[in-house]
Design a protein around this ligand. Structure first.
Ligand code: SIN
Ligand code: CO
Length: 381
């Protein structure tokens, strides 16, 4: 288990003073930190086509980026490169535990856990992220420079690498194992490895309005929702046929406002959209489907585990109606199993004592059966 120690500040103080506001170094945020995964395992993952990996290095002055899978690392030599593997939480249960201390930020804001294995001199270059990130230093040492938010000029150092022009650092420091650097979106940063190093980045994403609107449009089309036409039976005489009058413009705006003010529809959209996986899931489908009796027995003896990276949400305003959102789908469940499904959304691991009171509930067993068949939850061996 990873225990987060925010040293001089509490989680509340962190949220008030730093979250989305200021970068900060949290010295020994993880005391006695041990890598949850080693370099060989990371190299193994980078060899799989379903895992997103990237190698960044410099060829003379020219930055290079290559996408995995990789089967040979020898050609990169011993210095100056960085191997990045995305969505490590989807592929390693041990590494995924690093996210747990950050659960004071809700899961719908989480993007993924990324790992970077870097050799001396290696890094991805100076850049700006659209993410909030907690960079947790594992083994090795890395120097980090972070600049202030502002009008920084970005440029493509390579087709796959957006870099930023040199910046004045407001933080310039070495991270040692267990140290954490928090960086909000928009602050330029550059990490250069001093000693062969592993760093783990717990990243949180926020969508742009454009992304949300585009997702909403797809949702409305898929579900054949919001077909209402703008209607104007009260139309008054117009003298300028080229003009869109103030009243007409307000009606156009109102048509859209009515859509976004429709709370049930917006919850259905947001819940489905935000629970979609952004990276490939390593579905844990059992070789033989369980029957209800087996599920009931397993619930009483084994831990129930949510698949790494799977998103499962409910809204405080509609959970009492039994509405849940799991991996992009809305589920309308009977009210007697709300408490159980809430527990599954709130906890990655459920020991039997937390959930076995539902082991005889047929509605729950049947719903859990669907989730097990889909590979979304599984029982610990
Ligand atoms: C890295 O770990 O190499 C990059 C992490 C970051 O800058 O966000
Ligand atoms: Co970054």
């Amino acid at each position: 288990m990873f225990e987060l120690s925010l040293s001089e500040f509490s989680r509340e103080t962190f949220l008030r003073d730093y979250w989305q506001k200021q970068p900060v170094v949290i010295r020994q945020g993880f005391k006695n930190f041990e890598n949850p995964i080693d370099a060989d395992e990371i190299a193994g993952l980078a060899g799989l086509s379903e895992v997103e990996s990237r190698m960044v290095y410099r060829d003379g002055e020219q930055w290079q980026a290559e996408f995995g899978p990789f089967d040979d690392f020898q050609r990169f030599g011993e210095k100056g490169w960085s191997l990045v593997v995305q969505a490590l939480d989807h592929w390693s249960e041990e590494a995924a535990e690093m996210i747990e201390p950050f659960r004071f930020i809700p899961n719908w804001r989480l993007d993924d856990l990324m790992v970077s294995f870097a050799t001396p001199g290696g890094g991805v270059g100076p850049h700006i992220d659209l993410y909030d990130v907690f960079i947790c230093q594992g083994s090795g040492k890395r120097n980090w420079r972070v600049g202030d938010i502002g009008n920084h000029v970005e440029f493509a150092a390579h087709d796959a690498l957006l870099h930023v022009e040199p910046f004045q650092p407001i933080i310039d420091t070495e991270l040692l194992p267990g140290d954490i650097l928090y960086i909000p979106p928009g602050f330029p940063h550059d990490g250069v490895t001093l000693e062969t190093s592993l760093s783990f980045s717990v990243g949180f994403r926020a969508n742009s309005t454009a992304t949300m609107v585009s997702g909403l449009a797809d949702h409305l089309t898929d579900k054949e929702l919001a077909p209402e036409l703008l209607s104007d039976p009260q139309r008054v005489l117009s003298n300028n046929s080229g003009e869109i009058s103030r009243a007409d413009f307000q009606q156009i705006q109102n048509q859209l406002l009515q859509l976004v003010e429709n709370e049930p529809l917006m919850r259905q959209f947001a819940g489905s959209f935000l629970s979609q996986a952004k990276h490939e899931l390593d579905l844990q489908i059992a070789d033989d489907a369980y029957n209800n009796e087996e599920i009931s027995e397993l619930l009483q003896a084994n831990k129930l585990i949510r698949l790494g990276g799977l998103k499962a949400f409910y809204f405080s305003d509609s959970v009492d109606q039994g509405l849940f959102y799991i991996n992009g789908e809305e589920h309308s469940l009977s009210t007697d199993i709300i408490a159980a499904v809430k527990l599954m959304c709130d906890n990655v691991t459920l020991p039997p004592e937390m959930i076995n009171s539902f082991s005889e509930n047929e509605n729950f067993i049947s719903f859990l059966g669907e989730l097990l068949d889909a590979g979304y939850w599984y029982f610990a061996e």
